[in-house]
Design a protein around this ligand. Structure first.
Ligand SMILES: Nc1ncnc2c1ncn2[C@@H]1O[C@H](COP(=O)(O)OP(=O)(O)OP(=O)(O)O)[C@@H](O)[C@H]1O
Ligand SMILES: [Mg+2]
Length: 271
């Protein structure tokens, strides 16, 4: 464990207000948690005080961030948002001594996945009590149900993650339409940050075709660089370590990609 390495800047480089970024996709397994963790790793490296909200009932980001005991979890926050519930549900990540916290995930959060926008504002309200962060990252579950809608309603920016395959590319359209619909409803400050293409293999003709298709459909909303498929990402996650401290050239390449994606996110105007 290396602890936080605050090396290349402070929150003041980006302004003082918190930025809330949701990471979502309709499809499962495309890399939402991996993107959330990669951005958290980049933010930690940069000295940004970051909160990861684990909205997925699977609790993958809570586990990969090495968070153990907390007195509460995100389902309690969604049941009844209050400053006390937020404090009880927030625990430090084992990645660092300070600078990275987790709003702990829970299987029970699935109870909030029904589509009923009367609850959609609860996380946004709760985050108003999560003081002292420069960046909040929300790891959404693999659906566009109530939990993801609640997550995105709390966001300034949404990142849609996809793989460069047929079905995943089709799912991007639905995610973008949901973001648009939320913006016209309960989330007026929500904007798409863009589409992150994950698990890219250099020599796949089919993937190159799907990447081209995404660029034709979404133009500059397709964020660069895309994320290559590298075993180092799984290894770092399995060891509950940030990719920025994982050894080897592949991890360094991934770290550089997440640094660039974080820069892109932090340039977005704050609320
Ligand atoms: N770029 C990559 N290179 C190698 N493995 C990857 C990459 N991105 C994701 N993976 C692996 O793919 C699996 C699924 O990724 P991840 O859990 O991030 O997806 P997800 O969208 O969060 O899934 P879910 O929908 O279940 O929440 C994980 O084992 C992860 O380590
Ligand atoms: Mg996940």
């Amino acid at each position: 464990m290396s602890g936080a390495r605050f090396v290349s800047g402070t929150s003041s480089d980006y302004g003082v207000r918190v930025l809330v970024v949701g990471v979502c996709s309709l499809k499962g397994g495309v890399g939402k948690t991996s993107v959330t963790l990669g951005l958290a790793s980049a933010a930690l490296e940069r000295g940004l005080r970051t909160l990861v909200v684990d909205l997925d009932p699977q609790g993958d980001s809570t586990m990969a961030l090495g968070t153990t005991a907390s007195r509460g979890d995100v389902s309690m926050v969604l049941d009844a948002p209050s400053p006390q519930a937020v404090e009880a549900a927030t625990a430090p990540s084992s990645w660092a001594d300070h600078g990275l916290d987790v709003l702990v995930g829970s299987e029970r959060s699935v109870l909030h996945d029904r589509i009923d926008d009367s609850d959609a504002d609860r996380l946004r309200q709760a985050l108003s009590w999560a003081d002292g962060y420069d960046l909040v990252l929300i790891d959404c579950p693999p659906s566009l149900g109530g939990l993801t809608r609640t997550g995105l309603t709390a966001c300034d920016r949404a990142v849609v993650v996809t793989e460069p395959g047929l079905f995943a590319v089709m799912a991007v359209g639905r995610a973008m339409r949901t973001i648009d619909e939320l913006r016209r409803g309960p989330a007026p400050s929500l904007q798409p940050l863009g589409i992150v293409v994950n698990r890219v293999r250099a020599r796949s003709v089919e993937q190159a075709y799907r990447l081209q298709e995404l660029q034709t459909l979404y133009g500059p909303l397709v964020l660069t660089p895309s994320i290559p498929e590298r075993a180092a990402l799984q290894q770092a996650q399995g060891a509950a370590q940030p990719v920025h401290v994982w050894p080897g050239a592949a991890a360094a390449e991934l770290a550089d990609v997440f640094d660039q994606l974080l820069d892109r996110a932090m340039r977005a105007p704050r609320r």
